[in-house]
Design a protein around this ligand. Structure first.
Ligand code: WQD
Length: 355
């Protein structure tokens, strides 16, 4: 029987792309989402792309321990991919308690139920933000994490540590489950540290749906191009880089989604080398903000209204991934060009604008 993967936060931007790839790889999925930062657009898109009308969807909040327990009782879950979290850096500085409560409690509940139901394989959605302003580039998984500069970043570091400690503590638990009864079992874990996920599915049926003014660069670009925003501000052109703008590792969301499928298969097929593993998920290719804006204009044949503006507080100058571990161990590599990704982002923006 096909293995079942619980995708928490599966109706959101990355979760919906991952759900598609899991189904296309032959996995059964159950999507859980409290819909706090999305609507049904992407879940409907997932059903269209996969031709599967019957994907189980549970509207629950993972901070509700009883609801998470019920999920693990109702479905036999072989692996969890945990996305359900708040993700706006600035908001986390203003509302730290809300961020710590939501991001930590939901993950604790997932881990608790995982160990109580005979053990589970847990993939945590982490971020390159854990590296901060790294001294040496590109960053490898061994590059030391620096103290987080926002509560959001701190929740990513804390959840990585909670997963590591849980894996260690549960390693010796027996894995047999008595019918209907709870049985402690080992939790195995992988943390994927994403760089900057951008773009949309080539079908333009799923993509990013930011609420309010976007914080991230690509949705701001596409919303400016469509006329929803007047002008893009490029934050800082006096950085110590070739063109003065920041460097990032922009990874296509479909490539990113595929990395999850390989990581989940690695866990389910017993291929892990350690019970807790960390992988950088990026392209290994630094691209400046200015280059990205130019590439967007060129590939989509339009002019973008932009201006140079002061630096944004908290931005690191440059970060990109050393992807060797993911390439060699997972056998995964980012494939899409930045141009194709920017064309997909634009197709998605036009679709949601009805143009
Ligand atoms: C990229 C570059 C900006 C907007 C953040 C989080 C990270 C991760 C992804 C979240 C920077 C510049 C941006 C704009 C601009 N997790 N920019 N004008 O800051 O690298 O990473 O998002 O979900 O944890 O920190 O991504 O897209 O905000 O910015 O010039 O209007 O674009 O200064 O150099 P960032 P981003």
């Amino acid at each position: 029987m096909a293995k079942r993967v619980l995708v928490s936060g599966g109706a959101g931007y990355i979760g919906s792309h991952v759900t598609v790839e899991l189904i296309e790889a032959g996995y059964e999925v159950v999507v859980a989402d409290n819909m706090s930062n999305c609507d049904m657009t992407c879940f409907e898109g997932v059903k269209k792309i996969t031709g599967r009308e019957d994907i189980p969807f549970e509207q629950i909040d993972c901070c509700d321990a009883a609801a998470v327990e019920k999920l693990f009782t109702d479905y036999k879950i072989d692996a969890v991919i945990h996305f359900a979290a708040y993700k706006a850096v600035g908001e986390s500085v203003a509302e730290p308690i809300m961020y710590y409560r939501n991001n930590l409690v939901s993950f604790l509940n997932i881990l608790e139920s995982s160990k109580n139901h005979g053990g589970c394989n847990v993939l945590f959605s982490s971020s390159a933000t854990v590296y901060g302003e790294a001294e040496k580039l590109p960053v490898t998984e061994q590059t030391p994490r620096l103290p987080a500069t926002s509560p959001y970043g701190n929740t990513k570091q804390m959840c990585e540590d909670i997963l590591r400690d849980t894996v260690k503590a549960t390693a010796a638990y027996g894995a047999e489950v008595n019918a209907g009864a709870q049985q402690l079992g080992p939790v195995k874990g992988i943390a994927l540290r994403y760089f900057n996920p951008i773009g949309a599915h080539p079908s333009a049926l799923i993509g990013e749906l930011p609420r309010g003014v976007p914080n991230n660069l690509v949705p701001f670009i596409t919303q400016t191009a469509i006329g929803k925003r007047e002008c893009l501000s490029i934050f800082g052109n006096d950085y110590p880089t070739e063109d003065g703008t920041c460097l990032r590792d922009y990874i296509d969301v479909v490539d990113l989604a595929k990395a999850h499928v390989v990581a989940v298969s690695r866990m389910l097929d017993g291929k892990m080398k350690e019970d807790y593993e960390i992988f950088n998920i990026g392209t290994g290719r630094p691209v400046s903000v200015y280059e990205l804006v130019n590439a967007f204009e060129k590939v989509n044949g339009l002019k973008l209204n932009y201006k140079f503006a002061p630096r944004r507080p908290g931005d690191v100058v440059a970060i990109w991934a050393d992807t060797q571990l993911a390439n060699n161990e997972l056998g995964w590599k980012a494939e899409r060009s930045v141009e194709d990704t920017l064309a997909a982002a634009w197709a998605w923006e036009k679709r949601i604008a009805g143009k």
